[in-house]
Design a protein around this ligand. Structure first.
Ligand code: EPZ
Length: 427
């Protein structure tokens, strides 16, 4: 099994360029099905969740051409099936976006109940609520979810929970419904706006993305188009946290500073100095890390996907921080690994009480999910001695070239163990 071997203690310095947003990419790739034509997608991150999505499209009959490392041409004219290959769809949570895209184009879809990070129960009732509101019926057979509709008709959907996935899936399914669909109590994350912009490039009429209400006027048909994915705010935040915890001086490039505001505000409270440019931020720190409280919430609140990295940072801060997880039921599993590195954290359900300690010690640790894995890497960079992070395939689902990017910033990090097969592009 592949692992990362990290000798901690170096302050990170230099520049790092952020890749395209994973959570936009894994929705935009299935959304190309709606085009029924040729799309060119730029700023695609080289991560295993993207390889899996592209692999699914190819298996379903799309023609795929890599134009360069981060640009792919996808022609979905000849997609021949509305069934997503079961084995591939189980590999990642976001395969549920194939449901909305296939339903939108073919009026039927079949996808395996999705896998992905284990953060507690991950229902999709709100996705199905949106599909049924516009005229679909759903059923479950042998672990496959099926949705079908003789006809899709615009409707009014009020979501019971603010859900990123349900908001995007509802947009995908309704862009070609007859009439107008109104989605209320929707998610407002930057990747919601990115997917809406992509759909509009293909001829859809989606308005209001980024606010609480999205209105979609159904288009009779859609077409291909070119699109550039936004930078990944969580990858950016991860490097910002790493720069802060190691007391470094790092320029994080290819970002949209506005998307980072909730993260920037908390890092500043914790002791970072952040200078903003048009498409970059520079992070330094002069004083000690300071305790602060965090509650994760839907955008524009503090993002749950940054919670593990902030817990690591605050484990070295002066004082006591209280971290409340407002989105997922079980997102503190990595804390046991941090305790092995000398952190002082008590978890009670969705709340972690973090007492800052003077230092962390290197130890063998295991990544339990994508962001937890990145958090352990950041802990290792700041720790005394050597840390070996195992099960790094979780990390490489969402972070492009993380070892190389940290090494370029002066970190002592290299791969060890047997290379993992998930790192190979599937196209
Ligand atoms: C997306 O997951 C992200 N994944 C997650 O990022 C992220 O943590 C999450 O949004 C919240 O920001 C992708 O975009 C692929 P939700 P998603 O639906 O869409 C409840 C990462 O590390 N809910 O917004 O699955 C749900 O249980 C990953 O990159 C329902 O009750 O999350 C949760 O408590 C991990 N019914 C809350 O809503 C539903 O039908 C928010 O979930 C759907 C969700």
């Amino acid at each position: 099994m592949e692992k990362y071997v990290i000798h901690g203690g170096s302050a990170l310095t230099g520049e790092v360029s952020v890749s395209g947003a994973k959570n936009a990419a894994v929705a935009i790739l299935p959304a190309t099905i709606l085009a029924g034509g040729k799309c060119v997608i730029e700023n695609l991150p080289s991560i295993s969740d993207v390889y899996t999505s592209v692999h699914i499209l190819r298996e379903m009959g799309a023609e795929i051409r890599m134009l360069d490392r981060s640009t792919v041409e996808i022609d979905t004219t000849h997609i021949t099936t509305e069934v997503v290959p079961e084995e591939l769809s189980r590999q990642m949570r976001a395969s549920y976006y194939f449901l909305g895209a296939l339903l939108g184009r073919f009026r039927e879809a079949s996808v395996a109940m999705p896998g992905g990070c284990d953060l507690g129960p991950r229902p999709i009732d709100q996705h199905l609520k949106a599909f049924t509101s516009i005229g679909a019926v759903d059923s479950m057979e042998k672990g496959m979810i099926q949705v079908s509709a003789p006809k899709l008709t615009g409707s009014h959907v009020f979501f019971d929970t603010v859900s990123v996935g349900a908001t995007i899936n509802a947009m995908l399914a309704s862009v070609m419904a007859e009439g107008t669909t109104v989605l209320e109590n929707v998610a407002k994350e930057p990747h919601i706006v990115d997917v809406a912009n992509f759909l509009n490039t293909l001829g859809a009429d989606v308005r209001g993305a980024g606010t609480d209400v999205i209105k979609i006027r159904g288009a009779a048909s859609m077409h291909g188009g070119n699109y550039t994915i936004i930078p990944d705010q969580i990858e950016a935040g991860s490097y910002m946290a790493a720069a802060t915890i190691t007391g470094g001086d790092v320029l994080v490039k290819n970002i949209i500073p506005k998307h980072l505001e909730p993260i920037t505000a908390k890092l500043e409270r914790a002791g970072a100095s952040i200078e903003e440019f048009d498409e970059a931020v520079r992070i330094t720190r002069s004083g000690p890390l300071q305790a602060t409280n965090i509650k994760t919430m839907p955008h524009p609140g503090f993002p749950t996907d940054m919670q593990p990295m902030m817990t690591v940072l605050l484990s070295l801060a002066q004082g006591t921080s209280i971290i409340t997880e407002g989105i997922w039921e079980n997102r503190f599993r990595y804390v046991d690994e941090l305790l092995r590195m000398g952190a002082n954290i008590q978890v009670d359900g969705r709340v972690a009480v973090v007492e800052g300690v003077g230092e962390l010690q290197g130890a063998p640790v295991r990544a339990s999910d994508l962001r937890a894995g990145c958090a352990l890497v950041i802990a290792a960079l700041s720790a005394n001695g050597v840390t070996e992070v195992e099960e790094v395939s979780h990390i490489e689902r969402g972070y492009e070239s993380i070892v190389e990017k940290f090494a370029n910033l002066g970190a002592d990090i290299h791969r060890g163990g047997k290379p993992s097969s998930t790192l190979q592009p599937a196209f």
